[in-house]
Design a protein around this ligand. Structure first.
Ligand code: MN
Length: 255
């Protein structure tokens, strides 16, 4: 159970996704650590919308590069930053033990809330890519608690091997699509409208597609909503700030 340190509310919310942190990208890890260091007093709520880690093999992962990340998350949450974590398609195995260690709260895969007075839905975004039938089949399998329990029961080294294999398969699949001239998967517009309508949301914020943009969405009844896509961190970092008046701004984060 996570108990947030009470303090005067800082209403600005910050959102980020698709950092894909990994032992091989110390530059990105450095940007993230710096952001967390500067967060207390400035960031009220931090929403991590999935694929924060390139892979997650279990909360018992003892990789040395993770130690400063755990420490920085813990310090930020102890200093009053409320950190929320939503699973992506890379770090879906991140569990309650890691959340408790870092002071983060785990979110459901779709979260409906008011952000800056705007009815908003937050999700990673992969569940909206319904045109990719193969991926959705894998997603269903990998989100099954029985499958997850079976994987987590494997020795750590075997899980690392499995993670490498899944990443390679994902890369091969993307290369094959490119070679065949197929576009890489994006969200399905009908799934977007459905998700927003189901939650009565005027704004949807997600990541996953690595296609940062703001799209107009025509909702049921003719209302116009918007879909805000977060940037990935391949080149540099980015965080989206949602202000108390509902306006938002992207901030680049450099090393
Ligand atoms: Mn993703």
């Amino acid at each position: 159970m996570v108990i947030h340190t009470p303090q005067a509310t800082v209403p600005h919310a910050f959102l980020m996704s698709d950092l894909h942190l990994d032992a091989g990208r110390p530059d990105l890890t450095g940007i993230f650590l710096h952001f967390l260091q500067e967060a207390p007093g400035r960031v009220g709520e931090l929403y991590l919308l999935g694929d924060i880690f390139e892979a997650w093999v279990g909360d018992d992962d003892d990789a040395p590069w993770l130690a400063p990340v755990i420490d920085a998350l813990r310090r930020a949450s102890d200093a009053g930053v409320r950190i929320h974590f939503q699973h992506g398609n890379r770090d879906f195995l991140l569990g309650e033990a890691f959340a408790a260690r870092t002071g983060m709260a785990l979110l459901p895969e779709v979260l409906s809330l008011e952000l800056g007075g705007v009815a908003t839905v937050l999700c990673h975004g992969d569940a909206l890519c319904t045109d990719d039938v193969d991926y959705q089949a894998f997603r269903n399998r990998s989100r099954d608690p029985a499958w997850q329990a079976q994987v987590l029961a494997m020795p750590l080294e075997a899980r690392r091997g499995l993670a490498r294999q899944l990443r390679q398969e994902s890369k091969d699949g993307q290369q094959q699509r490119l070679a065949e001239g197929q576009p890489l998967t994006d969200v399905n517009e009908t799934s977007v409208r459905q998700c927003m309508s189901d939650h009565g949301a005027a704004r949807l914020i997600h990541g996953h597609t690595h296609r940062p943009a703001v799209h107009r969405v025509t909702l049921v009844g003719g209302h116009v909503g918007e879909r805000v896509v977060l940037a990935d961190w391949r080149a540099e970092g980015e965080v989206l700030e949602v202000r108390p008046d509902g306006s938002f701004q992207r901030h680049p984060l450099k090393a």
